[in-house]
Write a protein that binds this ligand. Structure first.
Ligand code: SAM
Length: 295
């Protein structure tokens, strides 16, 4: 049992413990933590160590070694960076709503649309996609088979996303028309909160998925959002993921990356059609290009 005094004394993180935690995080999540992240590792893991009533980083490292699976959720939720917002990087949603969706609707083929928000964090990204869909499709939604898949590795952010309840200031910058159409104001003790409309939630399925693991989805997507997540991974992991995103896009489908992310060597398999917007080329001679992970 750890005394109050021990718990409150400053924890120390030595190089061995730091290296062990970095290796462990990389193996389990793909996230690369360098020396520059020492302060963050210290802060976030100190909280877990205290919450769990442990006395030191070495105790925590021992616990990680002894119960790797059991401890996984705690440390994954502690180490992920979940910054996001509604209509973050607005140009992606402008392109989706004004160009891509009208073109897909005009195709008038199978009346089926699939969009994947592959690191959805607390849900603002998939809800923004759902708003674009509702706006572009107006009264046609019920005649189409439309689904947004929203996945993330972090179980805490997923449950917040599923609730669809946010602080009111999160939507302060949205146009009034969008606010009144898609958000309900909280009442009583919840006046500083808003809730996303049920019509948006109905379009979205939230699931936990570690991008490093097998992807269980069967079909291909019209659009994939992979924004502000691969930046945390090393080059090999990024290239492996791009190969998989390519396979999971239908020919002509779109891949959206975050503002500071690029396809690297994989760029040659896509057409760059806008700021961090990439299109998988349509079949050449009837067959899509086959991309492989570039080693
Ligand atoms: C900075 S947020 C990006 C949210 C949103 N895509 C955006 O651009 O606003 C990064 C998200 O990636 C998730 N993430 C990190 N590693 C992951 C992994 N291996 N598999 C799935 N999601 C992961 C984190 O949990 C976090 O919610």
């Amino acid at each position: 049992m750890v005394s109050e005094e021990q718990r409150n004394s400053a924890l120390t993180l030595n190089s061995q413990e730091f290296d062990f935690i970095c290796r462990y995080v990389h193996e389990r999540t793909g996230i690369v933590l360098g020396e520059g992240k020492r302060e963050m590792v210290y802060r976030r893991f100190s909280r877990i160590i205290r919450d769990r009533g442990l006395a030191s980083f070495s105790d925590y490292c021992r616990l990680l070694k002894a119960n790797p699976e059991q401890e996984q959720t705690y440390f994954i939720n502690a180490i992920t960076t979940n910054l996001t917002s509604f209509f973050r990087e607005q140009h992606h949603f402008d392109y989706l709503g004004q160009q891509e969706l009208p073109a897909l609707l005009a195709e008038n083929g199978q009346k089926r649309l699939r969009i994947w928000s592959s690191a959805c964090s607390t849900g603002e990204e998939p809800y923004s996609i759902a708003i674009c869909l509702s706006e572009a499709m107006q009264g046609q939604l019920s005649r189409w088979d439309v689904k947004v898949l929203a996945t993330d590795i972090d179980s805490n952010v997923l449950s917040k996303a599923q609730q669809g309840i946010y602080d009111r200031d999160k939507i302060a910058d949205l146009p009034q028309e969008i606010k009144s159409k898609y958000f309900q104001k909280g009442t009583g003790s919840q006046t500083d909160k808003i809730r996303v409309a049920g019509s948006l939630s109905e379009l979205i399925t939230f699931k936990q998925l570690n991008l490093l693991h097998q992807w269980p989805m069967k079909g291909v997507f019209d659009v994939i959002f992979c924004r502000n997540v691969i930046i945390y991974f090393d080059k090999d992991t990024q290239q492996d993921l791009f190969a998989r995103y390519y396979e999971y896009l239908k020919p002509g489908g779109l891949l959206m990356l975050g503002h500071s992310e690029s396809l690297g060597e994989f760029q040659k398999y896509f057409d760059n059609i806008g700021r961090t917007i990439f299109r998988k080329p349509l079949a050449k001679g009837g067959e899509p290009l086959q991309a492989q992970a570039v080693s």
